[in-house]
Structures are given as structure tokens and as C-alpha cells.
Design a protein around this ligand. Structure first.
Ligand code: GUN
Ligand code: ZN
Length: 417
């Protein structure tokens, strides 16, 4: 991590405003102040010349660092294990990999590679699932703090229907989550946050969900979990929680569906469930590469939009094989007719909104942290900055992440000299 802060970046600048609007400056600038915040953006002609060093990025685009709103730290090494449906894939590949996190040294080594991979893919902020292990999660937070990234992370909660090494009594899991929150919520200058993280309903007792809901409300913590990813999973939930009208109702009855709640997948949801998520101010994280890889089904973007529910995007590594937000956005685009401004928005601001961090990151609004990615499009990319960004999305392998900055600090790569 370099210590550079105050800087005047010169190049093509893009920043989302909403799902259908983006600010775009072909010959633009971003001024980063000494605190690592965005002091101004606009057309180069208007940039006031002062003592800050000028960094020209050439043909690269300057945009907000990407937000991966749903990703699993312990699964970096079980990516691309193809051919099984969700429940069998978890048992055969994921649970053994997560069991290895009983060793904190192992956890720390994996965390180093994980956060480096995020930064290397232009991701400045992520919503992360760790494992059930408290010490391993502490280590992961320490590595996150040193990485310079902005991270929301939770210790996974599981108290039933898992391998014995990964389940624990509900009260112990909640206590550990609160202890982690005590230590890490707002740490590293406000870059780190914690989340109450029940894995999903099938590995949760009613007692666990009820404790989790109470703890999240009482401590004002974020909640992240999975929802209706595969049909078999939905059927299991129906059998485990026969009193609930549908999968979402399980989380609702325990107070887990609120403004700070983030639900990954939500593929097999009715319009009614989408409407309830929207009313609650919760967010869905669409994970299109994961959904394709595990054969989970296709997220109904059209229905979710019609219900006005907030939607972020996530890699869901390891079910998603790649970290690249560009790859995730390409698959997202194939869900429906998605306009260029929406692709930019989903990869940045929508994720920040999902993680309740849009006052800090996700757009280049003045006063926000200078969380940026400098992206070099394919050499023959043409059109305005938004069009060139779209070419980065669809020609991801020909696109280069030059540098990722969080709060004006380079956390990956280097700025041109
Ligand atoms: N549902 C419960 N746990 C997981 C997980 O680790 N990955 C995915 N894709 N779905 C899940
Ligand atoms: Zn997941």
C-alpha cells in the first residue's frame, strides 16, 4: 500500500448517479485531497491548478472502485469445482475447505491471497462471508485492515445440518459475532464493518435465527445471508420451517429482513416476496456467474425491478469462478436488456447501497472517500467513456486494472508516473 494521498488525476472520468444516469467527462479530472476524499470532479478545463501532483492516466478510465456485495473468503481455492448442485457442492467442496479454517495460520494465509485478489480485480469494497471460526475471522479482519480495502465481513453462523466441525450452539455463535463486532465495527479508520451472517435457513435452527435477528437489531448491525438459490434448497426450507408461508417469511419472522439486510441470489422468489423485500428496504445481491455455474436458475431481473427492490451484484466466489466484477457484469447484462449506465451503477453504487456504504463509496460524489479504479480498456476501444467501459465489461480479458485506490491510497497496482 502506498501512502500517496493528495493528487489530481487527469483522464476520462465516469461516475454513476442512479440506475439510468452517469456523469461522464471525456477530458476530466478527479481531485483527491490529503485525507483521501474526493474534493472535486469535472472537466479538466475547470481543474484549479495547485500544488498537488498531476497524474495523467492516458487512455485509461477513472471510475469508482467496484463493489462485490457477496463473496466467500474461504472459497478462493474451491472455485470451478463444476458439476454438482448447491447442496452436494457445499458438502463435497465447500465444507471441507471451510473446516480447514480451524487453523488460524491457514486462515491468515488464505485471507492474504483473498484480499489481494479483490484489490487486483478493481474491487475496493466487498461484503464477505468468513467461516464459523472466531479466531480465523479475527485474522481475516487483521489482514483486511492491512489490505487497505473497505470490507463488511461476518463470521458464518451454523447450528444444524452441517458437518460437526462447522456447527456450534446458537448462543455461542451470536456471542462470537458480537465480540467480533465490538472489536472490528468501524475499525481501520471506519473502513471495516461487521455483519450478522447466518449461512442460510437450512443450516439454522429457529433459535439461531431468532438470536441473530435480536442481536442485529440491538447492535444495529448489518445482516447478510442466502435466499432461494436453488429449488431443492427451497423445498428443504419448506420442510424445516412448515409454519412459514415461503422462504423469505422464515427470515421475516425472526426480524432479519430490514434496511441493512442483504440477501444473495433470490432466484426462486415470487413477486410477492420481491415486494416484501422492497417494502423492508432490503437488498438482493444478484450473482449471475454463480447462478450459471451451479445451475441455480436465472435471476428474474425484470420482475425484481418491477417490484422496485434494490439490487446489487456479487461474484459469490467460490460458486462464481472469477472475482472480476467485469465478468459478473457481463453475465448480469445477459439477464435482460441492461443499459450501459446500469452496468456501471450495478458494479459500483448499487453495491455500496446494498452494504449501506453509499455515503462513503460507490460514486465519485464530492466528500466521498476516493475509492477508485483506473481501468485500461482494450486498445481499440471506441466511443464515449461509458461506451468504452461497456467494452471493458464485454472484453474483460483485454482490459487491465491499472490501479485500485481506497481513500486515495493505492491498494493494488500503481498510478502512472
Ligand atoms: N448457500 C449457503 N451457503 C452457500 C455458499 O457458500 N455458496 C452459495 N453459492 N450458496 C450458499
Ligand atoms: Zn454465497
Amino acid at each position: 500500500m502506498s501512502g500517496r494521498r493528495g493528487v489530481l488525476l487527469k483522464g476520462a472520468v465516469l461516475s454513476p448517479r442512479s440506475v439510468d444516469r452517469a456523469d461522464s467527462y471525456e477530458d476530466g479530472f478527479v481531485r483527491v485531497d490529503d485525507e483521501g476524499r474526493i474534493a472535486a470532479i469535472g472537466v479538466w478545463h475547470d481543474a484549479l491548478n495547485d500544488a498537488d501532483p498531476i497524474v495523467e492516466v492516458g487512455n485509461a478510465l477513472i471510475l469508482p472502485a467496484f463493489v462485490d456485495a457477496h463473496v466467500h473468503l474461504p472459497q478462493i481455492d474451491v472455485r470451478a469445482r463444476y458439476g454438482l448442485p448447491l447442496m452436494a457442492w457445499l458438502e463435497q467442496h465447500v465444507f471441507p475447505a471451510e473446516t480447514a479454517f480451524a487453523d488460524p495460520e491457514h486462515a491468515e494465509r488464505v485471507a492474504e491471497r483473498f484480499f489481494h485478489a479483490l484489490a487486483g480485480n478493481g474491487i475496493g469494497t466487498a461484503g464477505v462471508f468468513a467461516t464459523v471460526h472466531v479466531e480465523a475471522t479475527h485474522r481475516a479482519f487483521e489482514v483486511a485492515a492491512n489490505s487497505g480495502l473497505r470490507i463488511v465481513m461476518g463470521k458464518v453462523l451454523m447450528d444444524v445440518n452441517g458437518p460437526p466441525e462447522l456447527i456450534e450452539p446458537a448462543d455461542r455463535g451470536i456471542e462470537a459475532s458480537l465480540e467480533l463486532a465490538e472489536r472490528w465495527e468501524g475499525a481501520a479508520g471506519g473502513r471495516l464493518h461487521t455483519a450478522i451472517t447466518p449461512r442460510f435457513a437450512p443450516t439454522s435452527s429457529a433459535a439461531l435465527l431468532s438470536h441473530a435477528g435480536r442481536a442485529a437489531r440491538k447492535a444495529g448491525l448489518r445482516v447478510q445471508t442466502h435466499l432461494a438459490e436453488q429449488r431443492e434448497e427451497v423445498e428443504i426450507v419448506g420442510r424445516l420451517f412448515p409454519e412459514a408461508a415461503d422462504y423469505l417469511a422464515v427470515y421475516e419472522q425472526y426480524g432479519l429482513v430490514g434496511e441493512r439486510s442483504v440477501f444473495a441470489h433470490a432466484i426462486h422468489c415470487t413477486d410477492d416476496a420481491f415486494g416484501r423485500l422492497a417494502n423492508a428496504g432490503s437488498t438482493i445481491v444478484c450473482c449471475p456467474t454463480s447462478n450459471a455455474f451451479l445451475g441455480s436458475g436465472s435471476f428474474s431481473l425484470r420482475r425484481a425491478k418491477r417490484a422496485n427492490v434494490q439490487i446489487g451484484v456479487g461474484s459469490d466466489v467460490g460458486a462464481g469462478p472469477l472475482f472480476s466484477p467485469l465478468d459478473v457484469l457481463r453475465h448480469f447484462a445477459y439477464l435482460d436488456r441492461v443499459e450501459p449506465a446500469e452496468l456501471l451503477y450495478r458494479g459500483t453504487l448499487a453495491g455500496a447501497e446494498a452494504l449501506s456504504l453509499s455515503h462513503e463509496t460507490g460514486s465519485l460524489a464530492v466528500g466521498n472517500a476516493a475509492d477508485l479504479v483506473v481501468l485500461e480498456p482494450p486498445v481499440d476501444a471506441v466511443g464515449d467513456p461509458l461506451q468504452r467501459f461497456v467494452q471493458c465489461v464485454f472484453r474483460n480479458p483485454e482490459t487491465q486494472v491499472v490501479a485500485t485506490l481506497v481513500e486515495g491510497r493505492v491498494v493494488y497496482g500503481r498510478l502512472p508516473t
